[in-house]
Write a protein that binds this ligand. Structure first.
Ligand code: SAM
Length: 526
């Protein structure tokens, strides 16, 4: 190599390293680009002798550019650089560490573990082995969690949600994606699933969170939500532009129209460590389409989740979790979600049969048909679930109209419950269908059951609380409000017996999931 070239390359290398140390990522990437391209020109020149020193510098340059790219969240580019560096020196310690960390943040636990294991085999003597061991242990733990789904939040719950938030890994349980009878695609159970069982855990592509102003100032509140939404959209755009996998996953989602024609993706795409090649996908998502996708699929963290994580009432969180977005709404849902950090955790809220579609409620389903229709319309669809179909037919009956009107006018709750129960007897409504209607009028049932005075008056003329609770849970799944009525009843009766406690625990598992073991569940129930 000519002396002048050598000098220039030396200058470039030093400058790029300095920029990297100063954390000026973009500038250091530019300078490494230049250096790498000069190195490659020299190496490929047939007239020059192979130069091991130059090869070593090139390996280090790829490794350093990978680090800078990973800091700008360009994980695809960073991983490519790591692979280039490892082609030159397959045990290059710095590169293996960088690649391991990137793979870990992309939830590819076993691939990350592999990198740290190789790095551990032959590491430089000045390496902090505690840090390296920390990574190895973390990968092993996350890999185990992602395989087994054996999450346990008990300690965190028992500590009053204080202290370190439990570490979460992505996990896909007994579910697959299929054409849905409700609309487009949906998740389906591949075996019988018990209430409380974990269905999946998935990490958001992007989230935005904040505290909204007091509700007194509604305009301010709306403005704050708009600002958060804009920042959320920016984050999604950034993630999709930098990561092919994210781009592919987002483009799978529905814009709310022609769902019957949409591709049915294989569930393996959502498994951590799935080694799919996304490099073929070059088509950028049009901004208008992306905005529609976000409108249809973004989820707001429920009050339950914020309460659960100890956040205050004005806390607002929005995000996009692709696998959760493939779940349809049903007014008789069988799954529940809650959020911890950037993860959404979805579990069965009642027993689910093999082949049954797994659904969430996008809005409160403990309300009568009319209100639910309105909420579905706000979401942009007419609900096609079984419960809505059944209740639409029943609502044509004159008596039903009277009951609904009584409910809206706030007629005595005992009268409403009594009339509804008598009508159901006459119409010979049984099983789940009873649960559907009782859930629609849950407000009056719960008021009745928690009032000793009303129960003295109506107790003999209406079904027992136990029968109503059982039918409601069977129909629309476990819910905090149902659990509360059960617990209040138990407290009034001096704590309830073993059987009652067991029933309450089962209901609790449906509400909170089996991620809470017995002791933590007892603490929540009390
Ligand atoms: C988050 S996506 C659910 C997955 C969607 N089916 C798909 O194939 O991607 C939400 C969209 O699904 C449809 N959808 C979900 N639940 C529905 C329901 N109960 N009745 C009718 N359409 C529903 C609506 O078009 C809604 O905008």
């Amino acid at each position: 190599m000519k002396e002048l070239d050598q000098e220039m390359m030396q200058q470039l290398r030093l400058k790029a390293n300095e920029l990297l140390l100063r954390e000026q990522w973009e500038q250091s990437i530019q300078t490494y680009n230049h250096f790498i391209s000069l190195c490659q020109t020299h190496i490929s020149d047939p007239q020059t002798q192979p130069d091991p020193k130059l090869q070593k510098s090139l390996c280090l340059a790829f490794s350093n550019r990978a680090e800078a790219r990973s800091k700008t969240r360009d994980f695809d580019g960073a991983l490519k650089d790591c692979d280039e560096a490892l082609k030159i020196e397959n045990t290059h310690f710095k590169t293996l560490m960088c690649k391991g960390k990137i793979l870990l943040s992309l939830d590819r636990y076993s691939m990350a573990l592999n990198c740290f294991k190789i790095a551990n085999l032959d590491h430089p003597s000045n390496v902090d082995s505690e840090t390296l061991n920390g990574y190895l242990e973390r990968c092993k733990k996350l890999e185990f969690l992602s395989r087994s789904g054996a999450f346990d939040f008990s300690n965190w719950v028992l500590n009053g949600f204080k202290g370190k938030v439990p570490e979460l890994a992505e996990y896909v349980g007994c579910v697959e994606i299929k054409k849905s009878d409700i609309s487009g695609r949906g998740l389906v159970a591949i075996k019988n699933i018990e209430s409380g069982s974990l269905l999946f855990v998935t990490k958001a592509i992007a989230t935005e969170r904040g505290i909204l102003p007091e509700s007194k100032t509604e305009d301010l509140c709306e403005n704050a939500q708009m600002v958060m939404w804009k920042s959320f959209v920016d984050k999604v755009v950034e993630s999709t532009s930098k990561c092919k996998r994210t781009q592919c996953l987002i483009s799978l989602l529905s814009v709310g129209e022609n769902e019957e024609c949409l591709e049915v993706p294989n569930i393996s795409r959502f498994r951590p460590d799935s080694d799919q090649d996304f490099s073929f996908s070059n088509e950028k998502i049009d901004m208008g389409v992306l905005l529609n996708i976000l409108d249809v699929n973004a989820l707001v963290e429920e009050t339950f989740s914020s309460k659960f994580s100890g956040k205050n009432g004005n806390y607002h969180g929005v995000g996009i979790w692709v696998l959760a977005s493939l779940m349809n709404h049903s007014c008789n849902p069988n799954a529940k979600r809650f959020h911890i950090g950037d993860h959404v955790i979805v579990h069965a809220s009642r027993d689910i049969k093999e082949g049954e579609e797994i659904t969430l409620s996008y809005f409160d389903v403990f309300t009568p048909l009319k209100a639910r229709k309105e909420m579905a319309r706000n979401w942009g669809f007419d609900c096609h679930c079984k419960r809505c179909k059944f209740e639409s037919d029943i609502s044509l009956k004159h008596e039903m109209g009277e009951i609904e009107m009584g409910y809206e006018l706030g007629v005595d709750v005992g009268t409403t419950v009594f009339k509804l129960e008598e009508s159901m007897k006459r119409w010979m409504i049984r099983g789940k269908m009873k649960g559907y209607l009782r859930a629609s009028f849950w407000k009056v049932y719960s008021e009745l059951f928690v009032s000793e005075k009303l129960m003295r008056k109506w107790g003999r003329r209406v079904p027992t609380k136990e029968a109503v609770v059982e039918s409601v849970v069977e129909a629309v799944g476990s819910d905090e409000r149902v659990l509360r009525v059960v617990i209040e009843g138990m407290k009034r009766d001096g704590g309830g017996g073993l059987v009652e406690m067991e029933k309450a625990m089962k209901l609790g598992r449906g509400v909170y999931g089996k991620v809470m073991k017995k002791q933590a569940m007892r603490s929540i129930l009390s």
